[in-house]
Design a protein around this ligand. Structure first.
Ligand SMILES: Nc1ncnc2c1ncn2[C@@H]1O[C@H](COP(=O)(O)OP(=O)(O)OP(=O)(O)O)[C@@H](O)[C@H]1O
Length: 759
């Protein structure tokens, strides 16, 4: 059975692709080493960039140049005779309706049918390379580029097996025997295994694969991801065909353990993204090369470029303008984020679709609630803004439906508030802006996140918003990325200019704005009680508040009011999650761990309005390797708080702590970065005070109605019980200096958008 396992097609969005590629023994084998000139390439990325520039310039000569380039794109119809007619039908007619190949597809697909031929040890070409290493930017159609060869190969293997069976039986034409042989082979063997880093991406690949194979009788695509019932998946596995299997590494490992007759091998050569153990576990089950073909599709910065459709040095799309803001103080964080969203809603009044990324799940939860509250009051599209929340604390079904709903949301004002579960590979068409708040886990992750906008040649924009002490990420990690600075005051001015232009003549403003996106497939009905969209939304002229100027001018005041409704414990939990997340990043940011603690404290007080910074036990500091900090820094004193300060407050967590859990343990429970320990699922109004009894809960996504919060009692934070936090005191008077100044002077004058070239 092992010998039938055709291929392992892996989307290796490796955390450190360069290292993965260099160290991978798989590269000692002969890959299909395509130089750029070895494949017909009528449309290159260089051409694409110039097309983008031409469109931006808008000149007539540029247009004729664009038309010329358009004519050189390869139509899918050139694949006639090279791919199965049913596959081509799915691509060019329903359900995909595609006409021309993207650059990466134009490099890979002309390799058919050769690249999909079954391995034949007796044939002279058996020594030639059969594997692919493909480098292409985000959103350029890699999924189809690897799925088409995968499907073609499966078809050929099944046919070849049937022919062999008939030959062995001594018959030349026996349709019944052929069909039987095909069915048995298809059930007993795996065609292609696609390993995906996230469930969201796995789901998306499955959707694409189902579309591609929709006309192929009996062809099946299987999804194996965590979060779904393992026993159901295994039952399904044993019943169904395995033409294409899309899996996340953890669930794949489970399957391999329970399927001893499935033979896999050398999977470790493909991935180096934190799943090493899972891949190792399946190592002995993969067949050896050359029976197994390996396609490695990636996007990052590796230097091995065999099929390379990235012709410029920049790792990101040139047509996606990117801005960074180093906030002068954490106080500006929420307001600046709100302004960026408002800015996008005014630039794209018919089509605003924003993704906001946060470093930890807790912060995602907190800001989702915060933005729900803010959206009703200070965003141009006010309560008509659809806000979706996606992170690892949500159940898989919820995540899937949220993801589907956002993908299909054409309301013209939607925001996905998410952690990194949405960063890689997930395709949300029409995203007008990606905003990153805080430091991503790596440069590559930054690029993946930005890659959610400007996809398929459309326009887009990226913004990253950093606190003063986080600026090292821009200085030291994003050196290759063409970032422009954007100051808080510049954005404020731009927003006020946009709103006054709008107020002067809303009708002509809306008429001149970019049009709404074409409707996509209607979203499935959702049972997600926190994400009830997409709901019908009024058109922009009814949705956008008029006059808008006083609304956007009240951002600071509204944010202050919203801050006062935040629950201290939620802010503290988020603070702890940030501490856990940032501690490992001090090297990248080139700041001390002490500065990170101080930075997180000042975030809690200034960005979230806590009267004093959250308490961190001495034991937790010790865990973070900061045992000497208390002695060195008076503001970190672990002096026990007076009994009164903590009296009269409590929660399940503190009660539990009182019952014996150590303070360190409880501290670590709050560390909830995607890879960290999991906390219980929370309702989406996380972070806000619950409405008083009898007060109606309203608003979209479980948000509370204005006025539905109990006012924060003065000084209540300091009064919390110190139940399980050890016997030492909290921090006071956080240090406010020493983080360096902002580096965001001048430079930015343009508006968002950017003109993307098409393929
Ligand atoms: N030839 C084509 N013409 C038009 N649209 C296409 C074509 N191929 C793919 N697309 C669309 O482009 C979008 C991006 O494709 P895909 O998700 O495969 O990109 P990707 O390169 O895998 O991105 P990422 O690196 O982020 O995973 C999808 O919406 C897809 O349907």
């Amino acid at each position: 059975m092992a010998s039938y396992l055709w291929s392992q097609v892996t989307r290796a969005c490796a955390r450190n692709s360069t290292r993965a590629v260099r160290s991978a023994p798989v590269f000692s084998r002969s890959f299909v080493a395509l130089s750029r000139s070895s494949v017909a390439r009528p449309c290159s990325c260089r051409q694409q960039s110039s097309l983008a520039t031409a469109k931006a310039a808008g000149g007539s000569s540029s247009i004729s140049q664009s038309q010329k380039e358009e004519e050189t794109r390869i139509p899918f119809t050139t694949l006639e005779g090279k791919v199965h007619p049913d596959v081509l039908r799915a691509i060019t007619k329903a359900p995909m309706l595609l006409t021309h190949m993207s650059p990466v597809q134009a490099e890979v697909l002309p390799l058919l049918p050769g690249i999909a031929e079954p391995y034949n040890k007796d044939a002279p070409q058996s020594d030639s390379a059969r594997d692919l290493l493909v480098k292409a930017k985000t959103g350029t159609g890699k999924t189809l580029a690897f799925l088409v060869p995968a499907v073609e190969s499966r078809i050929k293997h099944i046919d070849q097996h049937a022919e062999r069976m008939m030959r062995d039986a001594g018959v030349t034409d026996d349709p019944r025997l052929a069909e039987q042989a095909k069915a048995t082979f298809a059930r007993q063997t795996v065609g292609t295994l696609v390993i995906s880093p996230t469930r969201e991406l796995a789901n998306q690949i499955v959707t694409e694969a189902i579309k591609l194979t929709s006309h192929l009788k009996g062809f099946e695509v299987q999804l194996l991801v965590g979060g779904e019932s393992k026993s159901n998946q295994l039952r399904q596995w044993s019943r169904a065909r395995h033409d294409i299997v899309v899996a996340t590494p953890g669930r794949l490992r489970d399957l391999l353990m329970s399927q001893p007759n499935l033979i896999l091998d050398e999977a470790d050569t493909l991935l180096d993204m934190g799943f090493h153990d899972d891949i190792e576990a399946g190592k002995e089950h993969l067949p050896h090369c050359p029976q197994r073909q390996t396609f490695l599709f990636f996007h990052g910065l590796p230097r091995h470029a065999f099929v390379d459709v990235i012709y410029d040095i920049s790792p990101v799309h040139a047509h996606v303008p990117q801005y960074h803001t180093i906030l002068p103080s954490p106080e500006h964080q929420i307001a600046h984020l709100v302004r960026l969203i408002a800015h996008d809603q005014l630039i794209h009044p018919h089509a605003s679709k924003i993704i906001v990324f946060f470093p930890t799940t807790k912060m995602t939860q907190l800001f989702a609630s915060l933005l729900r509250e803010a959206s009703r009051r200070v965003l141009p599209s006010s309560g008509h803004t659809h806000i979706y929340e996606l992170h690892s604390k949500r159940q898989m079904a919820q995540r899937t439906s949220t993801s589907d709903m956002f993908r299909n949301d054409n309301s013209g004002a939607s925001i996905l508030v998410t952690s990194d579960v949405s960063a890689r590979g997930v395709d949300y068409p029409g995203v007008t802006r990606v905003i990153q708040v805080g430091v991503p886990s790596s440069t590559e992750q930054y690029i993946h996140r930005v890659g959610r906008t400007g996809r398929a040649g459309t326009s887009g924009r990226g913004d990253i918003v950093l606190l003063p002490w986080e600026m090292g990420f821009v200085t030291w990690q994003l050196t290759e990325v063409p970032l422009k600075p954007l100051t808080v005051s510049e954005l404020t001015i731009q927003l006020s200019e946009l709103s006054s232009t709008f107020d002067q003549d809303p009708a002509s403003y809306l008429q001149n704005a970019p049009p709404a996106r074409a409707a996509t497939v209607p979203a499935p009905k959702s049972r997600d009680r926190y994400n009830r969209g997409p709901r019908p939304s009024p058109p922009a002229h009814m949705r956008i508040q008029t006059p808008i100027t006083p609304v956007v001018e009240s951002v600071d005041q509204t944010v202050t009011e919203i801050q006062s409704k935040l629950v201290e414990e939620s802010v503290s939990e988020t603070f702890m999650s940030l501490l856990g997340y940032y501690m490992g990043r001090s090297g990248d940011l080139r700041i001390s761990r002490e500065a990170i603690v101080e930075g997180c404290k000042s975030w809690a007080t200034k960005s979230c309005g806590l009267p004093v910074p959250p308490y961190v036990s001495a034991a937790f500091l010790q865990k973070l390797g900061l045992s000497g900090m208390n002695r060195r820094n008076s503001s970190m004193s672990t002096r026990a708080p007076s009994k009164n300060r903590w009296e009269g407050r409590g929660s399940a967590r503190r009660d539990r702590d009182r019952e014996g859990a150590s303070s360190v343990e409880s501290d670590f429970k709050a560390w909830d970065h995607e890879s960290g320990p999991k906390l219980q699922d929370r309702p989406s109004q996380y972070g806000f005070r619950a409405p008083r009894e009898g007060q109606r809960q309203g608003g979209y996504g479980g948000g509370n109605r204005e006025g539905g919060y109990a006012p924060r009692s003065q000084g209540s934070y300091g009064d919390r019980s110190n139940g399980g936090y050890g016997n030492s005191g909290g921090y006071n008077n956080p240090r406010e200096s020493g983080y360096g100044g902002g580096r965001s002077e001048g430079g930015y004058r343009g508006s968002s958008g950017g003109n993307g070239g098409r393929w």
